[in-house]
Write a protein that binds this ligand. Structure first.
Ligand code: NAP
Length: 367
């Protein structure tokens, strides 16, 4: 299976200005790779240039505009050795399901087509999928693996259209985009020299290094974290209720993408990257238990114990066996997020344990 073995290989990262994309760019640069960062517009790219000034010789920007346009990635893929495709709409507030499904599918097919037609040097493509493309049940205590597909949410969107839940629309976008990618590879097997890996994370949390100037402009998962810890707003669930089925630190998800580029056996695989189940109360308890933590919720936020704590468990097998990737603890993740928030002046915290050394920008408003 082809993989990226050259330490100075040129890697195209889409969604490079996003929450996850910026961490992937950072880790690639720190490993010595050259990075071509794909963004929609120059203003989004300039922030990356500033953030990674010390790696300026290894960072190129490419403006792709809207990836739903035909040929959006045609120039971006030229002369790159590998591709990490993170770009996809991330929201649970779509009205028409096609607001998320179409960009997700057109984006992934667009980059695979461009790689086939113009990416002569490409040897591996890693796409960011999601656990939302895997689990198709909510209420059973089962272990799911990469053999599972979330077709239930797709069917819900087909049946209910705009009336389907926001989560179903997002989940359908991830399922359909990832399925489309594997089908594309299958159909074009004779014409491509590269192979594909999908990374399937659940909720991703971690300190933010992308360009965030207000809490309102945080990416979807960070906004939930912010609202929960800073505003005691748990997005319609109780602190002891299950908000999702897994969580993982974004720096580990970034590392998983890079390991997937480099590991021959990752070719042709979907790989779940999950650190385990969680409820908001776990995160609050973790925040309170950190050494020297002065984090205090605005009010007591314990919930009834009888709430739904039934979780789907995600198989760790491929992540451990193929990628050999160990994951950060909740303590490290939460500690570093609080350090990030504190650095932005959001909550008054000091003396927290944490290892974040991220470049911070202040939130302009605290609302
Ligand atoms: P994010 O910060 O919102 O990043 C999304 C990126 O995709 C942004 O760079 C965005 O560009 C780009 N994008 C979206 N639509 C586009 C379009 N039509 N044309 C060009 N670029 C477009 O979200 P994230 O959390 O980092 O998510 C990155 C990936 O991880 C996504 O594929 C997501 O489904 C997956 N994922 C995320 C989580 C999570 O909890 N965060 C969990 C599982 C999987 P703009 O900034 O210009 O809009």
């Amino acid at each position: 299976m082809p993989a990226i073995t050259n330490p100075t290989a040129l890697i195209l990262v889409t969604g490079a200005n996003g929450f996850l994309g910026t961490w992937i760019v950072r880790q690639l640069l720190e490993k010595g790779h050259r990075v071509r960062a794909a963004v929609r517009s120059m203003d989004k790219g300039l922030y990356l240039r500033e953030l990674f000034e010390s790696h300026s010789g290894n960072l190129e920007l490419v403006i792709i505009g809207d990836m739903t346009e035909a040929g959006a990635f045609a120039n971006a893929v030229r002369n790159v050795d590998g591709i990490i495709h993170t770009a996809s709409p991330v929201t649970t507030f779509a009205d028409d399901p096609n607001e998320v499904i179409q960009p997700a599918m057109k984006g992934v097919i667009g980059i695979l087509e461009s790689a086939r037609d113009h990416g002569a040097r490409v040897s591996r493509i890693v796409v960011t999928s999601s656990s939302a493309a895997i689990m198709d049940t909510e209420d059973e205590e089962i272990t799911v693996s990469e053999l599972d597909w979330n077709d239930r949410r797709v069917q819900e969107c087909e049946a209910l259209g705009r009336q389907a839940s926001g989560l179903s629309k997002y989940s359908a976008s991830k399922t359909l985009a990832e399925r489309a990618a594997w089908e594309y590879v299958q159909r074009n097997r004779g014409e491509i020299a590269w192979d594909l890996t999908a990374i399937n994370p659940p909720y991703i949390f971690g300190p933010t290094i992308h360009n965030v100037e207000t809490p309102a402009s945080l990416n979807s998962s960070s906004k939930r974290f912010y609202n929960a810890l800073v505003n005691n707003d748990f997005d319609g669930v109780q602190p002891m209720e299950r908000p999702g089925h897994g969580w993982v630190d974004e720096r580990d998800v970034a590392a998983a993408h890079i390991k997937a580029l480099e590991t021959p056996d990752a070719g042709g695989e979907r790989i779940i990257v999950s650190a385990g189940e969680w409820v908001w109360q776990d995160i609050i308890n973790t925040a309170l238990s950190l050494p020297n933590s002065i984090y205090r919720p605005h009010r007591e936020v314990t919930g009834p114990e009888e709430v739904k704590r039934r979780f789907i468990t995600f198989s760790p097998d491929k992540r451990e066996r193929i990628l050999g990737l160990k994951l950060r603890s909740m303590e490290e993740c939460v500690g570093d997020i609080l350090v990030d928030f504190a650095g932005r002046g959001v909550v008054s915290l000091s003396g927290l344990a944490g290892t974040a050394d991220v470049k911070l920008r202040s939130f302009r408003d605290q609302g």
